[in-house]
Write a protein that binds this ligand. Sequence first.
Ligand code: MN
Length: 211
Amino acid sequence: MTHTLMTLPFDSSALEPYLSKETLEYHYGKHHAGYVTKLNALIKDTAYEDMELEEIIKEADGAIFNNAAQVYNHDFYFSGMHVEEGTISEDLALLISEEFVSVSALKEAFTEVALGLFGSGWVWLCVNKAGKLVIEAHTNASNPLRSGHTPLLTCDVWEHAYYIDYRNARAEYLEKWWNLVNWDFVSQNLVRAKYIKFPCDENSGACEYVA
Ligand code: MN
């Protein structure tokens, strides 16, 4: 199968003043698109050619893993932003209050992890196998799929995500990025996670999905 570049759910200037049109045009139009093109070229005539994206991420290594994961990660990142912030569902609010007490404390904890991540990578808010919210730092292209954790939200902390607008000021980027988080998207991902029968298999990480 041929993997395709997602359509952005907003215009390239819709995230201003927090993220500029120029950033979106490079980040989505050059970086994200580039990973899709490279992935398609790399999987041609290989065992990965007919696999779904998530399957490739769970199976592949090296360049195929890196490009597949970067397609997935950017799909997730761009889907998680919107000019309308949406609403935190009751279930999500409950999990946030259990783990972090408040939304502002969750933001602080997430930001701290993002600032502590050395080099390029991604910060993820996930539901772990015990059904608890966890914040994870992943370097380079890594993401939570292999650990069986269900991702709810991610922030790209590669410099290409913020260097045009904020230069080296990752903290300022994070502070502004919170204005763009689409809480409807985060809440919808939690609904998906609720259909996982916890705990998942400790050895394989495989989760059983229940209707
Ligand atoms: Mn990126």
